[in-house]
Design a protein around this ligand. Structure first.
Ligand SMILES: [Fe+2]
Length: 254
């Protein structure tokens, strides 16, 4: 059984610290900064065995070098971003099954935000680390890939089991929630979840993690192929990629 801790970095990044007590393995996902990770590890008297990166953006890998220096950890990163992440021990690719913190993990390539972005799914733990591909009520901006690539990446994540718990790379939830409520104001489930999110944030707690089954019904970016939804928000296309692109552009200028 995995113990997952959330560490804050920068203004709204989340770093995930994975501790497998039974196997005595500690891993970190996307350490954008080293200091908060070192502080956390010191407070628990832990060594860092593995560093895992979802993509090459500095707010996800910025702490790699310092942590490698201090702990001599093993660095695992996407093979598609070979030239953009340094000092990698193991490159991983789509569909590969690897061990993270001693837990069997499937690598899912999700191009769009960056071309080489990968997510990590742990079937036994029923959890997904979605980096900057899927956010709570949102998705990453499409920087390097096409709208089609991003949509297909989200469809891949959407196909995971309903009871999957999702850990994403940023606390963007309130802004995403505002947009979701703006375009989908009659969604009763969205209204209910929004209230829960507001309460959590007001009390100073992270909004994450979140449940994928519920997310499929309330995240506008996962519903670009839902004809009724598309009509209800005033779009006319029968093409999911086009609809997704329009929703993404609407959000970008919201
Ligand atoms: Fe990013």
């Amino acid at each position: 059984m995995l113990d997952i801790s959330i560490i804050n970095a920068y203004s709204d990044n989340y770093i995930y610290l994975l501790r497998n007590e039974k196997k005595n393995i500690t891993s970190v996902i996307d350490p954008g900064e080293a200091e908060p990770v070192i502080k956390f590890l010191n407070s628990k008297n832990l060594h860092l065995d593995e560093i895992i990166n979802t993509h090459h953006h500095n707010d996800h890998i910025g702490g790699n070098d310092k942590l490698l220096d201090v702990y001599k950890s093993k660095l695992i990163a996407p093979s598609y971003e070979k030239n953009r992440i340094l000092n990698v021990d193991k490159f991983v690719s789509d569909n590969e099954t690897i061990n993270i913190a001693g837990i069997s993990t499937k690598v899912i390539h999700t191009p769009g935000h960056t071309l080489g972005h990968i997510c990590f799914y742990m079937p036994e733990e029923k959890c997904l680390f979605s980096g900057d591909t899927l956010f709570y009520l949102g998705c990453g901006r499409v920087f390097e890939g096409t709208m089609k690539q991003m949509w297909l990446s989200l469809v891949k994540l959407r196909s995971l089991p309903e009871d999957t718990t999702v850990y994403c790379g940023h606390e963007y939830t309130l802004a995403n929630m505002k947009f979701a409520n703006y375009i989908d104001s009659d969604n009763a489930l969205l209204n209910k979840v929004s209230l829960e999110i507001k309460n959590k944030r007001e009390e100073g707690f992270p909004s994450v993690p979140f449940n994928l089954g519920i997310e499929k019904k309330i995240n506008p970016f996962l519903r670009a192929d839902d004809d009724n939804f598309i009509k209800s928000i005033g779009l006319s296309s029968n093409n999911a990629t086009e609809s997704f692109g329009e929703i993404r552009l609407k959000k970008d200028s919201f």
